[in-house]
Design a protein around this ligand. Structure first.
Ligand code: FAD
Length: 310
């Protein structure tokens, strides 16, 4: 089958990979690749953050996790297996296992930061987008054609897959897709343990995470509604607050290297469905890397003959 994919972020590239594995003839069309995509900004650690619905997200996340673990031995893919800690409230208030922990092992443990609050401890694949996205693109037979798509219906092919991230708001006339502002501070590693990632989402106004890469740290974060159509704008107060939280947790981070901002393509529920010859695969919020492979496989399944469209 001839299939056109719109979008070359992590969702478009993984969907292309899944389709080529099934023998389809894929074309990829995108306004931008690499550093100008949201995918390039991501942490990008395995953790199902700001994506729904919970039951499907848990399944997509578990499948993606197994895929990332299988790719990790190839160092060039830029995937490393870290130990993750999600700081939680006291033990009495914690549920038996977190909702996102379908099919993975999580245990309770003190977090490796000042104050040692209790945390969920789990194995966390971490992707470096600047290594992984080119690595994946190089494994595709399709090359990305750089141009902006105005209408999904006008694109050639037996099927068209909408992996346009926030661009899907206009392409699919979908007002349910909203930008969520994100900002990260990248620092030198300092004396931080590069094998451990820590997340604290207990207070939505002051979320914090440290995601080590091979040669730098990603410190976050913020998740704030953003006016559709406006580009993201750096907020110096957010970076100051993030660095103060790192210090309060006793993390010996190195000097600040740069800051980055981006807009998560957030939807209450990821849109993964087929309507006629269009398959939608967008709205992965703060979890595009966490869900990419599970969603790519489901999108590919929707391309099989006989699939009923909605
Ligand atoms: C600060 C921050 C931290 C994050 N951390 C994590 C993390 O740790 N773990 C995680 O899993 N996720 C994380 N995310 C979320 C993740 O980045 C997104 O979920 C993911 O990048 C979405 O991928 P995408 O391919 O859908 O969108 P994008 O990367 O935005 O790609 C969209 C593609 O569509 C193209 N496009 C759009 N409109 C058109 C059009 N009209 N015509 C042609 N092409 C078009 C674009 O050019 C681009 O190629 C983070 C996000 C931010 C902002």
């Amino acid at each position: 089958m001839q299939i056109t994919i719109v979008g070359a972020g992590v969702i478009g590239l993984t969907t292309a990979y899944a389709l080529e594995q099934r023998g389809h003839d894929v074309r990829i069309v995108a306004t931008a690749t690499g550093v100008t995509t949201t995918s390039d900004i991501a942490g990008a650690v395995w953790f199902p953050y700001r994506a729904g619905p919970p039951d499907k997200v848990a399944v997509w996340a578990a499948r993606t996790r197994r895929w990332l673990e299988a790719l990790a031995p190839d160092r060039d893919a830029g995937i490393d297996l870290l130990t993750g800690y999600e700081i939680t409230n006291d033990e009495g208030m914690a549920p038996p296992t977190p909702w996102w922990a379908a099919a993975i092992d999580v245990t309770r443990a003190p977090a490796p930061v000042t104050g040692s609050p209790l945390a969920w401890k789990f194995a966390a694949p971490r992707v470096e987008p600047a290594r992984f996205l080119p690595w994946l693109a190089a494994r595709l037979r399709a090359k990305v054609e750089l141009r902006t798509v105005a209408s999904l219906d006008s694109e050639p092919g037996d099927l068209v897959i909408n992996c346009a991230g926030l661009g899907a708001r206009a392409l699919a006339s979908d007002d349910l897709l909203m930008p969520l502002f994100g900002q990260i501070v990248l620092t030198a590693p300092g004396a931080v343990d590069l094998s451990v990632t820590v997340t604290d989402h207990r207070d939505p106004d002051t979320i914090f995470y440290v995601i080590p890469r091979r040669t730098e740290l990603v410190l976050g974060g913020i998740s704030r509604p953003w006016p559709p159509g406006l580009p993201p704008d750096r907020d110096p107060d957010v970076s100051r607050r993030i660095l103060a939280q790192a210090a309060a947790l006793g993390l010996p981070v190195g000097e600040v290297l740069r800051e980055r901002v981006g807009l998560r393509p957030y939807r209450l529920e990821v849109r993964l469905e087929r309507t006629g010859r269009i398959v939608h695969n967008y709205g992965h919020g703060g979890a595009g890397f966490t869900l990419c492979w599970g969603c790519a496989e489901d999108a590919a399944a929707l391309c099989e003959p006989g699939t009923v469209s909605t």
